[in-house]
Design a protein around this ligand. Structure first.
Ligand code: SAM
Length: 348
């Protein structure tokens, strides 16, 4: 056990993918209602008593870190609506095995939270921003909070966060006309912009293939504007393919819908109630809360996680791509019956 503690092993799944990156959904609640993620009027929330405490979350993170996880991304729902998030960051940041501790946020509460998160030891911030137009933002998210998001991004830079990223879901007929503007905005604020294809994940009940603005189309728009766009050689299992413009600007494209990257996916997801998912498209997760709360030993939890990961063979996005008449992944009724199927529950 001592050598396991000093040198985390590499556990490979059946497709030789290591257990490396954990996305922690710290809450299923969100303060926006983005039409590609939470378009319904009503939602079924996880029962409060089932939400893991900060100690339970950080205890599980420590176990995952012993098994090779070195990247933790806080997400949700909207992670900044979870009270005491900075305290959780402090707990996780103490673990020397975690080399990359980041948050993905919609930015609405970022201006207020940025200093405390930086002080707590958070390494990086990614802000989801789909438009530079306030009216479009309100139509897309059902909240008039565009200015707050832009201010949040500014304050994140002011308190000292480096390596800021902007994630933009590009949807045909909604914001594909802003690709250049968003890239230029990224340049201005020294942030790397990543364009994300609209995915048919749980919760995306308005999805259809004709609304997907593909990676090929994005590259066409960018090439027309900037000239030659050069791919950057991949150095990690990051979901975005990275490209560089003639002026040196780097941007990414996450093309899970048309060009899935399952073969290098090292991500798994832990929901706020302690259910562990091996794939964004998975229909079932592994309940870690019950054993944790019924007093399972660390060795037992390790054994469960290792045995699940080493049998993993999910290729969710690739399998979706093979479907000819691709439609919404889960019906509204299905989402009500099991809110774990929602993107905002399992963490984007
Ligand atoms: N609330 C946080 C945020 O907005 O970044 C974290 C959770 S959100 C679910 C994480 C990411 O998932 C966001 O960048 C969001 O745009 C993305 N997302 C949600 N639904 C999506 C969909 N149907 N297709 C592509 N990306 C999606």
């Amino acid at each position: 056990m001592e050598s396991l503690a000093k040198h985390p092993p590499t556990f490979l799944d059946l497709l030789s993918r290591p257990l490396r990156s954990l996305r922690l959904s710290v809450t299923d609640r969100c303060n926006l209602r983005c039409q590609y993620c939470m378009p319904e009027e009503e939602y079924v929330w996880l029962p409060r008593k089932e939400i893991l405490t900060l100690e339970e979350v950080s205890g599980l993170v420590d176990i995952f870190a012993e098994l090779g996880v070195n990247k933790v991304h806080l997400t949700g729902g909207e992670p900044l609506v979870r009270r005491d998030l900075a305290a959780l960051v402090t707990m996780i940041a103490r673990n020397p095995r975690i080399k990359d501790l980041a948050i993905t946020t919609n930015g609405v509460l970022l201006a207020e939270a940025a200093q405390a998160l930086h002080d707590a030891g958070l390494h990086r911030v990614t802000v989801s921003l789909d438009t530079l137009r306030p009216d479009r933002f309100t139509a897309l998210t059902r909240k008039d909070a565009h200015e707050k998001v832009l201010n949040g991004i500014k304050v994140a830079g002011q308190v000292g966060f480096k390596g800021l990223k902007i994630d933009t879901v590009v949807i045909r007929g909604v914001n594909e006309d802003e690709i250049i503007d968003l890239l230029e905005y990224g340049k201005q604020i020294s942030a790397e912009v990543r364009f994300i294809e609209y995915m048919d994940v749980g919760g995306a009940t308005l999805w259809s293939m004709d609304k997907v603005f593909s990676r090929a189309e994005m590259l066409e728009v960018l090439t027309r504007q900037y000239g030659h766009v050069e791919p950057v050689a991949a150095v990690s299992a990051a979901p975005a393919d990275r490209f560089v413009l003639p002026d040196g600007t780097v941007f990414g494209i996450v093309a899970s819908t048309t060009t899935p990257f399952c073969s290098t996916c090292d991500r798994s997801r832990l929901t706020a109630d302690g259910t562990w998912y091996l794939c964004l498209y998975a229909q079932h997760g592994i309940d870690l809360r019950s054993p944790l709360r019924s007093g399972a030993s660390k060795a037992e939890l390790i054994s469960t996680i290792v045995s699940v990961w080493t049998r993993r063979s999910d290729r969710g996005a690739e399998e979706r791509k093979e479907i000819r008449s691709r439609d919404v992944l889960v019906s509204v009724e299905g989402l009500r019956q099991d809110p774990h199927l929602e993107m905002h529950t399992r963490g984007g």
